[in-house]
Design a binder for this molecule. Structure first.
Ligand SMILES: C[S@@+](CC[C@H](N)C(=O)[O-])C[C@H]1O[C@@H](n2cnc3c(N)ncnc32)[C@H](O)[C@@H]1O
Length: 253
């Protein structure tokens, strides 16, 4: 039986790699390295650095995996993602057949934590559902959410209260009435602007854990212009950006 390890490598700093992840890295015969363009070229380098730093055996193989473009979502976001995952699952199945001998172990190095806004688990489940015999394990990693909170030295939740983790797309529908702490990921449009009328603090972080890390915190209405400008400049200079932020109501605590 072929085996796949889905290994969380943390969100940017090689020091985030856990002992469990290092042990898993040393079990794998083949690493599948997704290739998704400029942003991902930088992430691909980090993945290779992690392999060089933590893997003691010298006989592992790196296999680049071209990732197809997702069709524009239109009105059916869920449908377009499902269709994209099915195409990737089909390609992965071919790769596993070609690159992974029976009894061999393959690995995906997943940015941050594999259980948070990442499709690898869903795709591997999809492959199994098609009848392809495959075992798999998941190794947790330090997500960008944890890195953000640690770098700002702020708790994600208020005492005894919930915290919502959501996307820029969802935040654009409004800040939830019944919550005071919301973490936003996958926000290409700076959706915090759409909730600027609320009395909120923002704790924003880009390139967390890397040497290019940027942190900004303050009252949303006062710092959002700076965040927009600094984000735009950094993105132009680097060619890519990943940012995450916590929004918190200002009224208590
Ligand atoms: C596809 S999700 C992957 C999340 C990842 N699995 C995790 O645990 O952080 C990508 C989003 O994660 C956030 N992100 C990931 N790494 C980041 C980093 N180093 N700095 C800031 N945000 C990051 C951004 O919001 C980005 O749009």
């Amino acid at each position: 039986m072929r085996k796949i390890l889905i290994i969380g490598i943390g969100a940017g700093n090689p020091d985030y790699v856990t002992v469990q992840a290092i042990n898993a890295l040393n079990q794998a015969d083949v690493f599948f390295i997704p290739d998704k363009g400029t942003e991902k070229a930088a992430l691909g380098r980090l993945r290779k650095d992690i392999c060089e730093r933590f893997i003691e055996r010298s006989d592992y193989r790196l296999v680049p995996v071209p990732i197809p473009e997702r069709a524009p979502a239109g009105t059916n976001y869920r449908g377009s993602v499902d269709e994209w995952h099915a195409r990737i699952a089909h390609d992965y199945e071919g790769l596993f057949t070609e690159e992974l001998g029976d009894g061999e172990c393959g690995a995906f190095l997943v940015w941050g934590d594999p259980t948070l806004y990442d499709s690898t688990l869903r795709i591997v489940e999809h492959i199994r559902a098609r009848g392809f015999a495959l075992e798999y394990d998941v190794i947790p990693g330090i997500s960008s959410v944890q890195a953000l909170a640690a770098r700002h030295r702020v708790a994600l939740n208020r005492i005894g209260e919930p915290v919502l983790i959501t996307t820029g797309r969802k935040l654009a529908e409004g800040f939830p009435n019944n919550l005071d702490s919301v973490v936003v990921m996958l926000d290409g449009d700076q959706a915090f602007k759409s909730v600027a009328g609320e009395d909120l603090d923002i704790y924003w972080g880009a390139y967390l854990g890397t040497k290019d890390e940027i942190l900004i915190a303050g009252k949303l209405s006062e710092v959002m212009g700076d965040i927009e400008r600094i984000r735009r400049e950094a993105r132009e200079e680097m060619g890519w950006i990943m940012d995450t932020y916590l929004l918190r109501r200002r009224d208590e605590d």
